[in-house]
Design a protein around this ligand. Structure first.
Ligand SMILES: Nc1ncnc2c1ncn2[C@@H]1O[C@H](COP(=O)(O)OP(=O)(O)OP(=O)(O)O)[C@@H](O)[C@H]1O
Length: 353
């Protein structure tokens, strides 16, 4: 099947290693993004997210691998195209709007080569896009943090970059503002059809904005996939641990299709390479373990958290294993109480013990 232009791979990072003084920080990382797609680099502090982003922007040379944008080579081990020639926009946490320029002057900053009428049109369009038409004559200090971040975004996308890089752009904002702004930024990028790569250590942010998420650890991309797959089918033990809440239930592989656990025999519905009798760990998310009054399996509540629509219970099984369990907030049980539980796994995620 032929790709339509919108589906073509726009940029590809192929097996890049980036480092300082011969020491690799980003190791053998690969990812691709299609036209108009939004990707996210998600990982703990120090895993190499910013270094990868800086390599993409042309601020870090490669030790090996290459970066290709729209068929043009941007970086190899022996060549680094200058940042200003890459048509890559950037938005950082400390947004650094120019304080002595008005909002419209800030947005027009990267458009100095454009004809005047086109600049005005572009600035007005972007102000409308970020919902701040009335603010064009104001100065940055008179805007709230969220408004400033929208202007920083408008300024970065004004010259129509091929790719926008966002490095923790929401981390200086409070949680409520962040929650409102993240989907808004996604809408703006989709409307402008600009591909973007967002660096974050916040999985909810990554899931809310990105079509595809790269989970990084120790300089390596452990998995690169759509958010649903990252959450439900983590490729490594690290991804399973880092993304979402979850526990690991001990089990013993019985055969190709079954594993014995303290919650009974569970079916394995995917081919696997585990040996019979091998000890394994089964990922159990809180939404995989349901409270069920009719279940014969009882577990003791050892802690609980009220989350509005539901409770997140921590329960202890007879085997002494502890797991998280979701229950509707209509089921308000006390700590120490025994409740019926049942596993509701539609597929098993299993790792070596
Ligand atoms: N110029 C440099 N020289 C030597 N080491 C560096 C340099 N820049 C970064 N590092 C190291 O590389 C590692 C990865 O840093 P990087 O900033 O890419 O991580 P990160 O995932 O973006 O972290 P954070 O979320 O804390 O910003 C860190 O251990 C850091 O100390």
């Amino acid at each position: 099947m032929n790709n339509t232009p919108a589906e073509l791979t726009q940029f590809a990072i192929n097996n890049i290693t980036v480092g300082h003084d011969g020491i690799a920080i980003v190791k053998d990382a690969s990812l691709t993004l299609n036209n108009g797609q939004i990707g996210s680099l998600l990982g703990p502090s120090g895993c190499g997210k910013s270094t990868l982003l800086r390599a993409l922007a042309g601020f870090e040379p490669l030790m090996s691998g290459d970066i290709v944008m729209d068929g043009n080579t941007y970086s190899t081990a022996s060549f680094t195209l200058a940042p200003e020639q890459r048509q890559i926009g950037m938005v950082f946490q400390d947004l650094a709007l120019f304080p002595h320029l008005t909002i419209e002057e800030n947005i027009a900053f990267g458009l100095h080569n454009w004809p005047k009428a086109k600049i005005e049109h572009r600035v007005d369009k972007l102000l409308a896009l970020v919902g701040l038409e009335d603010m064009k004559k104001r100065y940055p200090h008179s805007l709230s943090g969220g408004q400033q971040q929208r202007i920083a975004l408008a300024r970065a996308i004004a010259p129509k970059p091929k790719l926008l890089l966002l490095d923790e752009p929401f981390s200086g904002l409070d949680a409520a503002l962040r929650e409102a702004l993240v989907p808004e930024v996604r809408e703006i990028l989709l409307k402008e059809r600009i591909s973007a790569l967002l660096v974050t250590h916040d999985q909810m942010e990554a899931f809310a904005i990105a079509d595809k998420v790269a989970v990084m650890y120790g300089g390596q991309i452990q998995q690169y996939d759509v958010p649903h797959t990252i959450y439900h089918e983590p490729a490594t033990r690290f991804v399973a641990d880092f993304v979402g809440e979850g526990d690991f239930l001990s089990g013993i592989v019985l055969d190709n299709n079954r594993v014995q656990s303290s919650l009974g025999i569970l079916s394995i519905n995917k081919p696997h390479n585990f040996a019979v009798n091998q000890a394994v760990e089964i990922l159990v998310r809180p939404d995989d373990l349901l409270h069920d009054d009719d279940s014969d399996i009882l577990a003791t509540i050892i802690s609980k958290r009220f989350r509005g629509s539901h409770f997140l219970y921590r329960v202890k099984l007879e085997s002494q294993q502890e797991l998280y369990c979701f229950a509707s907030s209509h089921h308000n049980h006390a700590i120490g109480e025994d409740i019926g539980i049942k596993l509701d796994l539609d597929h098993l995620v299993i790792f070596e013990q």
